[in-house]
Design a protein around this ligand. Structure first.
Ligand code: SAH
Length: 233
C-alpha cells in the first residue's frame, strides 16, 4: 500500500508567493521530505482572449474588478478531483481547528485565491466551492490566507511535528486556550516562575495548568468558554 500524502493545489495569479513561508521550518522540511506536496496553478494560463483577461468590471457598476467565471472554472477543472475545493473568502465560514483537523485527515485540497473584489458568484455556485475565512478583516488577496490554512494543516500531518503531544494540548484542541508557559532562569527582572511548576508534583502541575487555562479562556474568550461548558455537560 502506498502511503497517502496530502496534496495541495493552489490556484493563484501570484504563484511566486509559494511556497514562501511554507518552504521553511517544519512545513518546509516536511515539503522537502515529501510528506506533503504543493503545486501552484497560474489562473492567467486559462484566459483565452488575446489580452489574457482574468477580470472584468462589476455588473451593476461600482468600484473594482471581478474575476471571470469562465477563466476561474477552467483553472479549477484542470486540477479538480475528489479533493475538497476551497475558496479563501472573507464571506466564508471562519476557519476553526476542527475544520483544519478534518482537512489534514484527507488527501489534500484545491485552494482558490481570490483577488480584486472576488469571484463571479456563478463559479462559486457551479463548482461548489467551500468559502473559508481566516478572520473578520480584508486581505488584498487569498494567497496569504491560503498560506495560513496550509500552515495549520501541514503541522498536523503524520510525522511533521516532532512532539505529537504538543499538538493535542494546544489552544483550541481542548476547547480551552492554553495555560501560560515559563522557562529558565528561575527569576527574571524580579519575576519568579510560579512555584508549583518547579515542585516536581505532576498532579499539582496539571491541576494548576487546568485552572489557568480555564481562567484565561473565561476572561479572554467568553464565547469559547460558553461552548466549552456546553461540551462538558
Ligand atoms: N470584496 C470582497 C473582498 C475582496 S478581498 C468583500 O468585501 O468581501 C480579495 C480576496 O482576498 C478575496 O477574494 C479573498 O480570496 C481574499 N481574502 C480577503 N480577506 C480574506 C479573509 N479574511 N479570509 C480569507 N480570504 C480573504
Amino acid at each position: 500500500m502506498t502511503l497517502k500524502k496530502f496534496q495541495a493545489s493552489v490556484l493563484t495569479l501570484y504563484p511566486e508567493m509559494f511556497p514562501g513561508p511554507l518552504g521553511v521550518s517544519l512545513a518546509g522540511k516536511a515539503l522537502n521530505d515529501e510528506k506533503w506536496s504543493l503545486e501552484t496553478v497560474q489562473i492567467r494560463d486559462f484566459a483565452e482572449d488575446k489580452h489574457r483577461m482574468v477580470d472584468d468590471t462589476p455588473s451593476g457598476g461600482g468600484a473594482g474588478m471581478v474575476m471571470k467565471a469562465d477563466v476561474v472554472a477552467r483553472a479549477i477543472d484542470s486540477v479538480a478531483d475528489h479533493r475538497p475545493k476551497l475558496l479563501m473568502s472573507p464571506r466564508g465560514k471562519p476557519l476553526t481547528q476542527k475544520r483544519v483537523r478534518e482537512l489534514a485527515a484527507g488527501d489534500g485540497a484545491i485552494i482558490m485565491c481570490g483577488r480584486f473584489e472576488g469571484l463571479d458568484e456563478r463559479v462559486i455556485e457551479s463548482r461548489e466551492l467551500e468559502e473559508i475565512s481566516i478572520g473578520d478583516y480584508i486581505l488584498s488577496g487569498g494567497e496569504t490566507a491560503a498560506i495560513v490554512l496550509l500552515d495549520a494543516i501541514v503541522r498536523l500531518l503524520p510525522g511533521v511535528m516532532g512532539n505529537q503531544e504538543s499538538g493535542e494540548t494546544e489552544s483550541f484542541e481542548t476547547g480551552l486556550l492554553e495555560h501560560p508557559h515559563y522557562t529558565r532562569p528561575q527569576v527574571w527582572e524580579g519575576r519568579s516562575i510560579p512555584e508549583v511548576l518547579t515542585s516536581g508534583n505532576h498532579g499539582a502541575i496539571d491541576k494548576w495548568r487546568r485552572v489557568q487555562a480555564e481562567e484565561i479562556t473565561k476572561t479572554r474568550r467568553p464565547d469559547l468558554w460558553e461552548a466549552f461548558k456546553g461540551i462538558k455537560k
